[in-house]
Design a protein. Structure first.
Length: 162
């Protein structure tokens, strides 16, 4: 039941992230900050839920979630940090997705859908870095994180069916 709840939270956060950038009324700093914040919340919840099943994966998710939480709050509440980290934020979000993908692969070696969640995280991280380098569309980049959360939530539901 706990994993189904985490899957539903992932899907809802993905929908929020995808819908958020389409409003067009939030600054780029807040869009990236909100996207990373929601991803951090997902990682914290997922990490806490995973500790019972896979301690290493759970702790890694919690640590990455805390780091992302700090970065996201800085982006949301300190606009000067955004101007300083503008180039880095694009790479950081992509790198976070790649790291999360690797953690998911390591923690879910035996599960078919868990493995694919990790692969998709790595692919989206690479796409995020490439698109961030050449396109610089905050709406597209925020939506990529939302799409990844949606896919991860859906695959996680399939993983938990017995």
């Amino acid at each position: 039941m706990k994993n189904i709840t985490i899957s539903i939270i992932s899907i809802l956060l993905g929908i929020i992230i995808i819908a958020g950038p389409l409003m067009g009324i939030i600054s780029a700093s807040n869009i990236l900050g909100l996207s990373v914040l929601l991803l951090a919340i997902f990682l914290l919840i997922n990490g806490i839920g995973e500790i019972d099943y896979n301690t290493t994966k759970g702790l890694l998710n919690v640590v990455i979630g805390i780091i992302m939480l700090i970065v996201s709050l800085g982006l949301i509440f300190n606009p000067s940090l955004f101007s300083f980290l503008t180039a880095l934020t694009i790479y950081l979000a992509g790198i976070f997705l790649i790291i999360i993908g690797l953690v998911i692969i390591i923690g879910n070696r035996e599960e078919k859908y868990g493995f694919w969640m990790g692969i998709i995280g790595i692919i989206f991280g690479v796409i995020y870095i490439i698109l961030g380098t050449y396109i610089k569309s905050q709406i597209l980049l925020g939506s990529l994180i939302g799409i990844w959360l949606l896919i991860t939530g859906i695959l996680n539901i399939f993983t938990n069916k017995y």
